[in-house]
Design a protein around this ligand. Sequence first.
Ligand SMILES: [Fe+2]
Length: 333
Amino acid sequence: MPDAPIDTALSARPAPTRAGGEPFTEEGSAEVVAASFARTPDPRLRQVLTSLVHHLHAFVKDVELTEEEWETAIAFLTRTGQMCDDVRQEFMLLSDVLGVSMLVETINHRTGGTSTESTVLGPFHMVESPPRELGDDIALDGKGEPCLVTGQVTGPGGEPLTGALVDVWQADDDGFYDVQQPGVQPERNLRGLFTADDDGRFWFRTIVPRHYPIPDDGPVGELLVATGRHPNRPAHVHFIVTAPGHRPVTTHLFVDGDPYIDSDAVFGVKESLVREFPVVDDPARAAEVGLPNPFRTVHFDVVLLRTDSPHVEAQPAAQPAHLQSTVVQGAPS
Ligand SMILES: [Fe+2]
């Protein structure tokens, strides 16, 4: 069979950049470039790229980006990539401080206001929490302000979820997780996996966590400095709560009154997750719960959606751990 004429062979190829014959112009730049992706076989990839091109071109036109600024941006992104390794994900950190991580999380975990809201998992759930008995003290070194945490796990109708699993972990009184300070903090300090009782109730002893900074010794830190932003996350206790037949929730319990509660560097705070930690000055009660007097206390009820709820649209329970780098492994600076 003779070779096809050259013009026939060319006509079978994907459209060139100037799809539709339109030249590249300032006014029509987005349409011309988007058209170059028109034959992308994967429809979702085509949709995402087309939208990206339109938004990106609109941004460049909006600020009338200079060549010098464009070069600065390329250099910044290059250094951001170069900062990444097995334990540091600077691009994820950039996503975090731009609010993109939380936006993606929020879009993908809508609850319709019917259950406990979720927030970022964070990178410090890298070891399994040890199973503990209700009432145990997870502050293994006893450092910090003692605190009693109580709560109940229920379904959306208030029905107690007997035997729900409540996995908690938190930073210490200095703002460090155990895995950041091997040899300083006891292993598995401030971590626990609790099983709720017949009424879905849980309680344990701990200390009040402290706020801490995200890693700010890289390009993202430079961005924060250049824009007058601090790197801190407000104090919080992490929770993952699970129960059969219900959608798990990955969330934080935030300490009201924290100096950074209104300015979380990664925008992880949701108002529904903030609780007061009042002081209890009652020697009898302190003796009853096994804490020194006075002590702090907080109550945090958790409501889980049923898996057959219309709000559960086959969404994952939380962003996978490898997709989260609110803080990376290693001590924050
Ligand atoms: Fe955290």
